[in-house]
Design a protein around this ligand. Structure first.
Ligand SMILES: Nc1ncnc2c1ncn2[C@@H]1O[C@H](COP(=O)(O)OP(=O)(O)OP(=O)(O)O)[C@@H](O)[C@H]1O
Length: 262
């Protein structure tokens, strides 16, 4: 039997009422994300990428339509710690060491101290930061800080990782390296990942599924199932298959803009 989807959204709408009138952040969003999928959301500013992740995380609530996370409401999933969330800025507390930053959600959840330490060691290994636990955030490079923030999101071993442009502020070489590491991490666990990006190559390199969105109202214009193998060396980006998918993403983004002009 097929497993229940990790995320199932049906005809989701979310309208923010603002002083300047209603903002249709999401309109008619229907999407299924299965266990083990790596799904990227790509589209111009304001197309609702962050809003969709926030709905999954129960930080916003839809105005209409339905959504389940692990087969339950986002609020229930949140109470059961269904996901880890990685923000664009690493958001580490400067007065806490890397270990103690990662410890924070575990403390809040009431894990016993010995288990906290076991989990911290496990995730520091996963993001390749073993040996840096005692450092403070300002002693680490931007890329390392971002890895520490991924470790924090992984600490309680949720099956779903929501990542909102985690590498947007990093230079290209560091970003390439983190993309490789993230793929490796995803490949070595059974996690499902929802990943927001503005970069076509990043979306194509990482994803099993690419969701192309467009603004006003925020909606999905294309969903592309990747034909690339799960094992992806960086130079896969020069292959015809890769370029073909990138082309389709670009076309989807263009079509969204054309709609915008009407
Ligand atoms: N709390 C809010 N109140 C009012 N409007 C909001 C709120 N949050 C988001 N919006 C609006 O909803 C729309 C979608 O925003 P969202 O942040 O989801 O877009 P995005 O695709 O993630 O953009 P970016 O790439 O710039 O992060 C935008 O027009 C935004 O201004």
């Amino acid at each position: 039997m097929r497993n229940a989807p990790v995320i199932e959204a049906k005809d989701l709408n979310l309208t923010f009422e603002t002083n300047d009138g209603p903002v249709h952040a999401l309109k008619g969003v229907t999407l299924t994300i299965d266990k083990g999928d790596f799904v990227s959301f790509i589209g111009p500013s304001g197309c609702g990428k962050t809003t969709f992740l926030r709905v999954v995380a129960a930080l916003e609530h839809p105005t209409a339509g339905s959504i389940t996370v692990n087969g339950m409401s986002p609020d229930d999933a949140r109470r059961r710690r269904a996901y880890g969330y990685v923000f664009q800025a690493a958001g580490l507390y400067p007065w806490r060491s890397i270990r103690d930053n990662i410890r924070l959600p575990l403390e809040i959840m009431g894990f016993p101290k010995s288990e906290q330490d076991t989990q911290i060691d496990r995730v520091l290994d996963l993001v390749d930061l073993r040996g840096f636990g005692k450092k403070f955030p300002w002693q680490l490079s931007g890329g390392m800080q971002q890895r520490a923030s991924i470790a924090r999101a992984l600490a309680f071993d949720a099956n779903l990782l929501l990542m909102d442009e985690p590498f947007g502020a990093l230079d290209e070489i560091v970003r390439d390296h983190l993309n490789e590491q993230l793929l490796h991490l995803w490949g070595s666990t059974d996690k499902t990942i929802g990943f927001v990006t503005h970069s076509i190559p990043e979306a194509v390199y990482l994803s099993t599924k690419i969701v192309v969105m467009s603004p006003r109202p925020g909606r999905i214009t294309d969903v592309i199932e990747s034909t690339l193998p799960r094992e992806r060396p960086l130079d896969i980006r020069d292959t015809p298959e890769f370029l073909e998918i990138a082309h389709r993403v670009r076309e989807g983004l263009r079509a969204g803009h054309a709609y915008d002009d009407e």
